[in-house]
Design a protein around this ligand. Sequence first.
Ligand code: NAP
Length: 275
Amino acid sequence: MKKWYAVIGDPIAHSLSPFMHETWFKENGIEASYIPVRVEPADLAKACESLLLMGASGFNVTLPHKQAIIPFLSGIDETAGSMNAVNTVIRKDRKFFGLNTDGDGFVQSLLTTEPERDAKILVIGAGGAARGICFALSRANFENVTIANRTYRRAEELAEETDASAMTIAEAEENLGNFDIVIQTTSVGLAEDEALPLSISNMKSDALAADIVYNPIETPFLKAAEAKGCRTLSGVGMFVYQGAIAFEQWTGKKPDTEKMIQLITETLGGNYVNR
Ligand code: NAP
């Protein structure tokens, strides 16, 4: 039987995951399809049961189900456990297991910029995505990480769990000139005219600015950093690499990430290039 995969979320029509995975199936000669399924929060348990009964070989999970899905799976791995969130589900026998590839996806994207392991890194935000990124940075031996968040308590808690330091947003603004890499993980920036999560006037001009929001590709944070002469890394890389890790888990094949980053950048209408 032809294998099939899905992405569940609400809303889901905007998702680029079907385009990405179907392209990779074709490129790798795999007979499989990948469909978007809108699942309302109240229907999550029924949806999981149906995906299992109908023979899905695996699926991705996006907002708002990344945490809520956990009780409906047979288990989750350590990474998903530390984040308390799942973005990828694999099928083993007649059971579903949850993983989280977001943090490692970000780090793989960051590694394309060839950062030093002792680079001073500031992570802005302490939400779900920041949790994945901070744990993945720690696993990848980045030893100098500071977390700043609007709600300082969350930054402190995450810093304690990942052996990082915490700062308030005001402290981060003041000390921004000390950081080599600044990673914007808050949901601020989804609208092109939105304010920044912090003032970047003290940022070094040779720092790397990375955003994990990828639509728009060139977020207000990246635009402001670029105007200061900084190198920039868009969130498209994280999106593609988190998908590539899931694809490899499902099929055992490594997809072409570089070409996909180009394709998605074009699809989003940008002529943006990471600088
Ligand atoms: P989340 O768990 O809701 O966390 C949101 C974070 O943003 C929190 O740190 C929150 O601070 C902060 N925040 C929200 N509004 C703010 C504001 N007005 N000013 C300052 N800080 C604000 O969300 P998430 O799951 O981490 O996702 C964050 C973003 O990452 C989303 O835009 C998502 O689309 C994107 N993302 C991208 C990828 C990718 O593949 N590129 C993957 C996952 C997520 P408080 O703690 O103070 O509320």
